[in-house]
Design a protein around this ligand. Sequence first.
Ligand code: VGL
Ligand code: ZN
Length: 208
Amino acid sequence: MKALLLIDIQNGFCPGGNLAVAHGDDIVPIANSLISDGGYDVIVASQDWHPANHGSFASQHPGKKPFDMGELSGQPQVMWPDHCVQETPDAEFHPDLDIGAVDYIQQKGENPAVDSYSAFRDNDQAALTGLAGYLRAQQITELDVCGLATDYCVKFSALDAVEMLPDVKVRFIEDASRGITPEGVRAAIEEMRANGVGIIKSSEILAD
Ligand code: VGL
Ligand code: ZN
């Protein structure tokens, strides 16, 4: 069984959003083609879903500006602009994403004391989200990952998939993803590759 995992294709990470990734919305038509024509049995979408007082927000740390380094629960933490606050338009999926075709939505980042880049577990690796259990129950053997942002949530999700689902073949779809910085994207792709993630383009999936 094959699954597509769409990471955080939300307004907050698209142009006009609070943590906009350059050209983040360019991936929406590609994601929709993968959903309709990618041959997947299961479609999963993750959703960054923060309380308004989330500890990853610079606004919660006096003297910190967005993109500074800071600390959260004693761990180094990038200070993000307030983003993807629950029940706000910033947290909604991009309006053109075919969310009606999604079988399972995995929300993450609800605990104000820890960030959760991965759709599988919090950054401290203590609490699981339930996504690995869902994919095991669906007997998924192949998982393709794409979305926003390559250098954070996509990378951590793909690496956790390799570690937590050792029998699953994991691939990253490069052109269906965008990142926060070009250097970050390059490093993320190398790290994924080094950890056994296949690096592919959507044309390899969509061309029969
Ligand atoms: C993300 C930073 C903070 C992401 C989420 O989706 O990549 N990045 N929260
Ligand atoms: Zn976030």
